[in-house]
Write a protein that binds this ligand. Structure first.
Ligand SMILES: [Zn+2]
Length: 929
């Protein structure tokens, strides 16, 4: 940019002139050539003059540097134009090729093989020295080696990184468009505001946080939505975004999905003090200020920074005359599981917008005041409030360019504030990091012990490795550990709180004490990792933990063990069931071998083998010993050789022909079950209404799982309301992303009553139908289980995902293999309140909720007495098969690992559930007389 200096000089004159004539906003450089067509079209595409701002009503033209239009063929915000991910990446690469102020970094691959990229924009100095600036931020992120004076020195040289993310939610189509224009503007514009931003701040952006979903959504838009005119003819979105989950990519607290994980890894290398996640929903723009309930462990500075930014944005945009910007009463600061919280969890600042969007790029009439609506949109958003001084209109024509104008003006205002106070942002980041370390030395708890020698160390590894991927330091004690809470063996895992992410460790491991039962929260109220994974974690108020000598753990791998030799073909291998979910994987890895399960605990030499332990006879064809070793060791399991087949009652564990049923309208929680099955290598077919309506289900399947979905039986049965024309989801040359994960000629209509009848026939003819969470309304409400009723709690009941006690009533049932305690923690899933006739309870209710406040282990349950003695799992014989209704959700996100085995056991021991229940029924009948 050789012309820069001249431009700078002349624009300085322009500023002075403008100031003289009294203009308040110097938003463009008169010395710079502007794109007149852009200005004209943007004005045309903006539906009212007040929906435009002086920050975005113009765009410079710079010879040699491509604007979005130069690459895409149209300006950002053009009606009926959405950009595919690949086109967006091409644009950023073209911009980076011509501008020394832009750099594109590839940070991973998506599930469907797309490059996952982050783009950096800043001054030439910033971009040339990115690694140096990254190193400064790393020093502030872990200031343990620094004195305050040294930290001040680093702050003097450093620049804040402000990270922006768009396109996490694929239906929220505006942010990925806006970010391209923003990048170009930041790289090229010479107005004083933009120059200050470019010089003082490094802007990085994730152009599309869920690239696979973006392309599928854009395909869907061009296939079905491009002619929509308003809310009346809205056909909704595609059945999938990314491979597994939709909105829940913003609830992936353990970073299971590959893109979520890639960005966390990038975050922990680059340490942006601010991460700003751009969403769409409420009118016209909501800028999050961190309302209650707030997590009290996070630094109080954060709660000052949040409204500092949002109020500045609101004031600026109101000054530009833009109505409808507000700062309060939507989403809260309780759960740490939202994607952008990677910043606040790591001593940075999380920011979030919701801008009004149409789910596409069409200009539409929108009615806003829908006060009666259920859910988070409930309540008026057009009233004047202290946090909404210039409210949105109740009816409006809204365009994607309006959406771009609002979001870009907001973001530029936030960047303006950051650029005006870059050192304040850096000081805050440093102090929040410092405070996290210091608070671990002065405030209990001082740390956590995860004791060595727990029966199932694979669950310990799951927990430790999630702490590690979050950047939390974990050590392994080199000696025995004596604390006021007890003595723990050498090798126990130690999480000390006096570390940069010590506060996050506390947030993830502690019991959640919800601050006020009268508050509501937007997502879960509890996530305590030890309870979710059924792993022992000990909190300590003993400062001595800070002095425990440890070796640092990078990643925990549990090496399995194979002990002894079965000595000939008459012997066998016993793989101990200590509760590991990996035992399921083992069965699949040995799927061609005959495997049996012990129905009671027994001894192999001196070793106690719990019920559920798997027995593999050595005499089977092939090198069984080598197969056992190859399966057991990497899975972290324990196998013991026995000289003969153990003398214990056992049954064969057949690999079932398994189907997972999904509606087309609600695939997300099915996606979590698919993810769980895939990770543990459980083979299944994903089936839809098309297969169910074909009938003869038992010819193809032994077990059908209906995951939590839809919220009611009716929604599962009737699903998406039919539209004027069919909505096909089938691959074609034009729409390549369709037909992945299933195909349909028309995704609407649901299985209908004919489908229900087929599910009933399936169970009656010997199949096992498993319904999870809210899917358990289906068999109860549609009469597949005639005698079971499903109710709903009272309107006063409120249970946003607490962790509660459940009581196992039939410990000998194979569903509970691997569970050594009778009372276990489960996540409350808001499934149906099931009612079983009293005379059937003893046989059919196999797990129940004790209920009451004392049984709430973490988080909030208001009205806990309403679930008292309610069934948590019911096993109902139906014809020659059975229906098993879980009121819990035993595969909730990638979180409640401790419950997974109940689902896996029901699948693997399907044949025995039927046989066993028949015998125990008889026994019951006799003992009841
Ligand atoms: Zn969203």
């Amino acid at each position: 940019m050789t012309a820069n200096r001249a431009i700078r000089r002349s624009s300085a004159v322009a500023i002075a002139l403008l100031a003289l004539v009294g203009s308040l906003v110097v938003a463009q450089s008169p010395a710079q050539q502007q794109d007149e067509e852009f200005a004209r079209l943007v004005k045309e595409w903006t539906t009212r003059p007040e929906f435009l701002s002086p920050l975005v009503d113009h765009l410079p033209k710079v010879a040699g540097v491509p604007s979005p239009k130069d690459v895409l063929g149209h300006h950002i915000g053009a009606p009926k134009k959405l950009t595919y991910y690949g086109e967006a990446v091409n644009y950023y690469r073209a911009l980076a090729a011509k501008s020394p102020r832009v750099k594109v970094m590839t940070i991973g691959k998506t599930d469907e093989g797309r490059d996952y990229v982050v783009v950096a924009v800043g001054s030439e100095d910033s971009v040339r020295n990115l690694d140096q600036y990254r190193a400064y931020l790393a020093q502030l992120a872990d200031p343990r080696p620094l004195s305050d004076a040294q930290a001040r020195d680093v702050i003097a040289k450093a620049k804040p990184i402000y990270h922006l993310m768009g396109g996490l939610h694929s239906a929220e189509t505006g942010p990925p468009e806006m970010l391209m224009e923003l990048a170009y503007r930041l790289a090229t514009e010479d107005s004083p505001t933009i120059r200050q931003i470019r010089d003082n701040v490094i802007v990085t952006l994730t152009p599309v946080a869920e690239p696979d979903g973006r392309d599928r959504y854009v395909d869907w838009y061009y296939a079905y939505k491009v002619d929509e005119t308003g809310e009346e003819d809205n056909v909704g979105g595609p059945p999938f975004w990314g491979k597994y989950i939709l909105h829940d990519n913003n609830r992936d607290i353990n970073y299971s999905q590959v893109t979520m994980r890639a960005l966390l890894d990038w975050y922990l290398q680059w340490h942006p003090p601010i991460v700003h996640d751009l969403h769409e929903s409420v009118p016209f723009m909501y800028t999050f200020s961190g309302q209650a309930p707030q997590n009290p462990t996070l630094d109080p500075i954060l709660y000052g920074e949040l409204p500092w930014f949002s109020n500045f944005e609101m004031a600026q945009m109101t000054k530009y005359g833009m109505p409808g910007v507000w700062t309060h009463a939507f989403v809260d600061m309780w759960s740490p599981g939202y994607y952008g919280f990677m910043a606040s969890n790591h001593n940075g600042l999380l920011r979030m917008y919701e801008t009004f969007g149409n789910g596409g790029a069409n200009t539409m009439k929108r009615r806003i005041d829908r006060g009666g609506e259920e859910g988070p949109m409930r309540g008026s958003q057009t009233t004047r409030e202290w946090y909404r001084p210039l409210p949105p209109y109740t009816e409006v024509d809204w365009s994607i360019r309006n959406n771009t104008n609002y979001m870009e003006t907001g973001v530029l205002s936030a960047l303006q504030l950051t650029a005006a106070f870059p050192k304040v942002v850096l000081e805050n980041f440093y102090l929040k990091s410092r405070h996290s370390i210091d608070s671990g030395k002065t405030e209990a708890p001082y740390g956590y012990v995860v004791p060595a020698g727990q029966p199932d160390m694979t669950r310990v590894a799951f927990l430790i490795n999630i702490l590690r991927l979050q950047g939390i330091e974990v050590g392994r004690a080199t000696t025995e550990v004596k604390l006021q809470e007890g003595t723990f063996p050498a090798g126990s895992f130690i999480v000390k709180r006096d570390q940069p992410y010590g506060r996050l460790a506390k947030i993830l491991l502690e019991k959640q004490n919800f601050p006020d039962p009268n508050l509501r929260t937007y997502d879960d109220s509890a996530w305590t990792m030890g309870l979710m994974t059924h792993t022992e974690v000990k909190e300590t108020a003993d400062k001595a933990i800070l002095q425990v000598p440890v070796e640092s753990v990078s990643e925990l791998k549990i090496a399995g063990t194979v002990t002894g030799d079965p000595a000939g073909s008459g012997g066998s291998w016993v793989i101990l069931d200590n509760g590991s979910a990996n035992l399921t994987t083992l069965r699949y890895r040995l799927k061609d071998l005959k495997v049996q399960a012990a129905e009671k605990a027994f001894k192999v030499g001196a070793t106690e083998a719990p019920a559920g332990s798997l027995i593999v006879a050595a005499g089977q064809s092939g090198d069984v010993a080598a197969r056992i070793k190859a399966a057991v060791e990497p899975l972290g399991l324990s196998a013991v050789a026995a000289g003969q087949l153990p003398d214990v009652r056992m049954h064969e564990v057949k690999v079932p022909r398994l189907a997972v049923y999904s509606t087309w309208g609600s695939t997300q929680e099915v996606g979590w079950v698919r993810y769980g099955f895939d990770k543990y290598e459980v083979a299944y077919d994903l089936i839809y209404k098309e297969r169910v309506k074909q009938g003869r289900l038992h010819d193809s399947y032994d077990v059908i799982v209906v995951p939590n979905q839809g919220g009611s039986g009716k929604r599962i049965v009737f699903d998406i309301e039919p539209k004027k024309k069919p909505l096909a989801y089938k691959t074609s040359d034009r729409f390549k992303s369709f037909g992945m994960y299933g195909e349909s000629d028309d995704i609407t209509g649901g299985m209908g009553l004919a489908g229900v009848e087929e599910l009933q026939k399936f169970a009656e003819s010997g199949g096992v139908l498993l319904t999870l969470g809210t899917a358990s309304y289906l068999p109860a409400e549609f009469g597949i289980t005639r005698r079971i009723d499903a109710g709903r709690p009272s309107p006063q009941f409120y249970a946003p995902g607490p962790i509660v006690e459940a009581e196992i009533l039939q410990p000998e049932n194979p569903i509970f293999y691997g569970y050594s305690k009778k009372t276990i923690p489960v996540r409350y899933a808001n499934g149906p309140l099931l009612r079983v006739p009293e005379e059937d309870r003893g046989r059919q209710v196999i797990m129940q909720f004790p209920g009451g406040d004392k049984a709430v282990l973490s988080g909030l349950m208001k009205g806990a007495s309403e679930i008292q003695r309610r069934p948590a799992i019911v096993d109902v014989p139906t014809g020659s098969g059975r229906v098993i209704l879980f009121a819990t959700n035993p595969c909730y996100r990638w979180q409640n690992l401790g419950e997974f085995r109940m689902l896996f056991n029901a699948v693997l021991h399907y044949s025995q559930l039927t046989a066993r229940a028949a015998t125990s029924n008889e026994q019951r009948v006799t003992s009841n007389e």
